[in-house]
Design a protein around this ligand. Structure first.
Ligand SMILES: Cc1cc2nc3c(=O)[nH]c(=O)nc-3n(C[C@H](O)[C@H](O)[C@H](O)COP(=O)(O)O)c2cc1C
Length: 180
């Protein structure tokens, strides 16, 4: 049974997804560095992608029983990204990986990360501008890279994660109201 959502978020997207999951599944969500739960507890982990790796995931895998991973990046989500995550973090084949598009906000990054992203964003803009037709997610990525700030094409991808997780969480206890 999944007991909680644990997340790591630099600019808010993972936190937003974790909070939606928490509300819809009626389980708590905690930032990874302030999680009061005992080690070994069953969780879903939500983390942002940094150069192809999911931030904080290795530590979460050591501390908790991670039942599913939600990786959040500014790129358009694609099946290959799930495989990269699985390979880079040596994930067991029975742990599902969900890839969601998150937002991007240069102004919330530290100076060294801003520097890295300025260069990477230039490459993204050049690559996407050279394409004939862009999907909505690609358009969102292009906006983020061009402007240094932006939202994903949709925040609704998280509903797929909720659909998967709902069978693995205890139904909330409802106290039935009766006529006195
Ligand atoms: C240094 C750095 C590296 C990043 N590398 C990737 C990447 O490899 N792939 C990707 O899709 N997004 C990448 N991103 C974008 C973030 O994963 C994306 O903005 C995400 O939504 C951030 O989540 P947060 O708002 O919860 O911090 C990178 C961002 C930074 C700052």
């Amino acid at each position: 049974m999944i007991r909680a959502v644990i997340y790591k978020s630099a600019t808010g997207s993972c936190e937003r997804y974790a909070r939606v999951m928490s509300r819809m599944l009626a389980i708590p969500a905690y930032p990874a560095d302030r999680c009061p739960l005992p080690k070994g507890i069953e969780v879903v982990y939500v983390g942002w992608i940094m150069a192809g790796r999911v931030s904080g995931l290795d530590k979460a895998l050591k501390n908790y029983k991670v039942c599913g991973v939600v990786q959040v990046g500014m790129s358009p989500p694609g099946a290959a990204m799930g495989e990269t995550c699985r390979k880079n973090h040596s994930l067991a084949s029975d742990i599902p990986v969900f890839t969601l598009q998150g937002g991007f906000d240069m102004s919330k990054l530290s100076a060294p990360l801003r520097l890295i992203m300025k260069k990477i964003n230039r490459g993204i803009v050049a690559r996407l501008e050279a394409k004939d037709a862009l999907s909505d997610a690609e358009k969102a990525t292009l906006e983020m890279a061009r402007n240094g700030k932006g939202e994903p094409a949709t925040w609704d991808g998280v509903l797929e994660v909720v659909d998967w997780a709902v069978a693995l969480t205890e139904p909330p206890k409802v106290i039935k109201w009766r006529e006195p």
